[in-house]
Design a protein around this ligand. Structure first.
Ligand code: AMP
Ligand code: FES
Ligand code: ZN
Ligand code: ZN
Length: 307
């Protein structure tokens, strides 16, 4: 397998793009792709203050590396979720993220859930769900709230996350199987700003997970390899495996599935999108000021309301 551009030994063969590249050319090609998507989907520009949500995993660190190299004004935000589960998951991810930022002189902010709210994610889940379910949904809710809250209070123009194509395609498959119109309507990689809500984007939405992993590897990025211990048998991982089997038979299938969905979304296949944007922006939570679909406290603030 030889690099299409220089004939040297290739480090990655991307059957979906009919392209093999050596390390040097892949390190040029991937950032150029990301830059193209940022512009194509009007995600942000060079004057915007960009807050990168970094978990310590390969995707968000690779993304931050690329955005900083491309010359965007980026700060990182790491949320210490207080997850231990015998592998010190949060403290190890935090160390990896801190040393990444330090080595490159990039500004990193940290929000520690336990310090800020008195409880770790597993403790909040235990109290609110009495351990009946895994903490993933509470965790997602808390993370989304903090990304937005931090961006609002510190005047960032946009929040970016490291969600890649495999994440987006797995979410899309789950929402399609459930016919979840509400979530299908919200799957665009750019959510525009509205009162109380900072614009949110996913610059890796068209980047395959293996491309992002290969980029982190060839760029010498040390990242947290363990997945969150609560996600190991998650529905999302199962859908990713199924999509990968289909992708093996039909290279490019995952990308087409996602891109054709974006076309459908743009063509107005989910009119609920418009109505919901209006409803959501009509109410702001009286406690934290973030948009809610009801007039009362938002779901995040209700987590901490005394019974
Ligand atoms: P996940 O939901 O774990 O697949 O993560 C998706 C994206 O959310 C990551 O690529 C990060 O951008 C962001 N993210 C996840 N966990 C954290 C965290 N603890 N702190 C900051 N950002 C995070
Ligand atoms: Fe939140 Fe796994 S990262 S529960
Ligand atoms: Zn080459
Ligand atoms: Zn609130």
């Amino acid at each position: 397998m030889r690099c299409r551009k220089c004939g040297q030994k290739a480090v990655i063969n991307m059957r979906q793009h009919r392209l093999s590249l050596c390390a040097a050319h892949f390190q040029e090609w991937l950032p150029a792709q990301v830059d193209r998507f940022i512009k194509k989907y009007k995600m942000f520009n060079y004057t915007d203050r960009v807050l990168v949500a970094v978990s310590g995993g390969k995707d968000s660190l690779a993304l931050w590396n690329i955005l900083a190299q491309l010359g965007f004004q980026t700060d990182g935000l790491y949320i210490d979720l207080g997850i231990d589960e015998g592998i010190a998951y949060s403290s190890r991810s935090r160390e990896v993220t801190e040393s990444f930022a330090l080595q490159r002189g990039l500004p990193l902010h940290i929000t520690d859930i336990k310090e800020s709210y008195g409880e770790s994610i597993p403790q909040i889940n235990e109290r609110t769900h009495r351990g009946r379910s895994k903490p993933c949904s509470v965790c997602g809710l808390v993370k989304r709230h903090i990304f937005n809250d931090f961006a609002q209070k510190n005047n960032y123009d946009v929040v970016v996350t490291g969600h890649n194509l495999d994440d987006e395609a797995a979410i899309l498959l789950a929402n399609t199987l459930d016919w979840s119109l509400e979530f299908l309507a919200r799957g665009y990689p750019v959510l525009p700003a509205k009162p109380g809500f900072t614009k949110k984007t996913k610059p890796f939405c068209r980047i395959y997970e293996r491309e992002s992993a290969a980029y982190a590897f060839v760029s010498g990025i040390a990242y947290m390899e363990s997945e969150c211990p609560f996600s190991l048998d998650s529905k999302q991982l199962k859908y990713k495996r199924i999509l990968n089997q289909w992708e093996d038979d039909r290279p490019g299938m995952k990308l087409r599935f996602y891109l054709h969905y974006l076309n459908a979304l743009n063509a107005g296949a989910f009119p609920w999108k418009q109505d919901n944007a209006k409803t959501l922006s009509q109410h702001l939570c009286p406690q934290c000021g973030q948009p809610t679909s009801t007039g009362g406290l938002c779901t995040f603030c209700r987590l901490f309301k005394q019974p």
